[in-house]
Design a binder for this molecule. Sequence first.
Ligand SMILES: [Ca+2]
Ligand SMILES: [Ca+2]
Length: 320
Amino acid sequence: MLPSFHTAVNFNDNYANRLSGYFTPPTSGNYVFFVSGDDDSDLFLSTDDNPANKRLIAQEVGWSNDMQWVTSGGNSSLSQKRSDQWSPNGGTTVPYAAGIALTAGTKYYIEGVHHEGGGGDDFSATFKLVADPDPVELDPTKFTNGVISYLTAPVTSGTIATQPVGITNYETQSFSLSVGVQTDSELSPIYQWRKGGVNIAGATNSSYKVASAVVGDSGSYDVTVKIPNSTISLTSSAVPVLVQPSPVLTGLLKYEYFPGSDRPTVEGGTVSPSSPGNIPHRTRAARLIRSKLEMVSRIITPTASAACLFRQLVATTSSS
Ligand SMILES: [Ca+2]
Ligand SMILES: [Ca+2]
């Protein structure tokens, strides 16, 4: 599901996708529809709510950047992108030149199909009444909120399948709580984590993570879950989190290593270190291993007859 007729930009390569549902015009009148895609895209509108009556009304024949309603970064056909200039036969006829008459409050099936080969990708559609000014590039699509809808299956189940588990750790360590929800809803559950019964701002995913705990994070945590398109509302078990004070090590600084990362990634907190610790310690360990290997190589390197040398080494080792 998407909340508007606008897909993710530069999402992937070599795919096709389809958006479909109902358009319920806010007012009666003659409408013009616009499509913008990278790459080729078709926009269909039905004469009613039946998909079988859909008609092609606009096309992206080349590619355009995101929401280029009346322009095209890819030098696409601008007339084919809008229904009032679109022609099925190279300009011989323009069937929707006067706009498409629609009735307010009536559901019309609408469908867009988009294909992406390579490079950039985007897909969107919007509309206006004939008398309205044209949309300009990057004007948000008007296919959103109350004018779009689609048929979904009724929700019959929603339970907490995996409860969060309490945690005891130390400050500066990370901790996370997670919940597993089973539902046949097509829409993702809506989560809200709470501490002591109070909503935690921004904690609205199925898991709640604290990257560097403080003692004040200790408390009782639970999560409320609402199943969209239903009356199902769930609350998980409340579980304890205990964050204990950490000891302070004087004379050392914390060291973290991020192979393959750059500074903005580290500063943005979006990457985890591969190995907490400190380099001098690791180097000392490596030196110890090297010195043991050198010692072993001296033992097994023959200097004369192998049998004689072995006996000599045993005698030397046992006498030292
Ligand atoms: Ca792409
Ligand atoms: Ca492309």
